[in-house]
Design a protein around this ligand. Sequence first.
Ligand SMILES: O=C(COP(=O)(O)O)N(O)CCCCO
Ligand code: NA
Ligand SMILES: [Zn+2]
Length: 305
Amino acid sequence: MLVTGKDILVPARAGKYGVGAFNTNNMEITQAIIHTAERLRSPVMVQMSEGAIKYGGQDLANIVIDLAQRATVPVALHLDHGSSYESALKAIKMGFTSVMIDASHHPFEENIHETRRVVEAAHAMGISVEAELGRLGGIEEHVVVDEKDAFLTDPQEAVQFVEQTGTDYLAIAIGTSHGAYKGKGRPFIDHERIEKIEQLLSIPLVAHGSSGVPAEIVQRFRDSGGEIGDAFGIADEDLQRATQHGIAKVNVDTDLRLAMTVGVREVLKATPKEFDPRKVFGPAREVMSQIIEHKMRVLGSVGKA
Ligand SMILES: O=C(COP(=O)(O)O)N(O)CCCCO
Ligand code: NA
Ligand SMILES: [Zn+2]
């Protein structure tokens, strides 16, 4: 069933488990996410970035909405990294049941102002809101934020921010970053910071940049002709610990991008004569499903629906 983000994340925080928020860009990724959630009896969030909306528009949103409505587990459709009030409202008009307004690269007061505007409008329409405070490393879509500018979320500021905006859940910067290169080796996750924020805030917390970039998928990517450097993601243990301390929404995009591409590359390499799109794109669903299953088991959301 199609539900709001709050319907999924409030029980997750209370139950001390994480729910995967997986990015989609096409039908096959959407099927892998929702069918795996049904198979494992797990709630799930499907998210589209502004880039995905540019790529697939209402066509793609409708695929997600239809699968979500027919799903036997709770599914929310979430706008990832909404960059403006207009973008958030447009997504709500498209049928999204959860929207992020990411004004984290603006000064604190402006972030509050922008976020509060979206919260008022979204709540008037029964839609949940995610906001962000602090700055991840890595490439945050429109904003290249390198190490020196990335700054972690201040717990006291977070309390003030949530009080003044009314956001339903909060993305915090605690050492993760977007993309396949999250650190030279295992990225540092500031668990003390997460646990301080957990004690001060009762709303669900969100971890961005939570792909694990599993070595096995990276190797398959190389073996099938892909080129990738020294890629590292967040360790399962770090994610597991974070879900015991308030992290309820866990964003994953890179892992599915790698899995989809590995699925396609392996088919093209193994069967050069193949040109049936169903044979080229279909097997990737199985590769993605295995990645999604692993994540749901690490987060503890299996059997929670
Ligand atoms: O936090 C994430 C996902 O992060 P990750 O790159 O670790 O999958 N997202 O918000 C997805 C969009 C960012 C580009 O990947
Ligand atoms: Na998001
Ligand atoms: Zn993100």
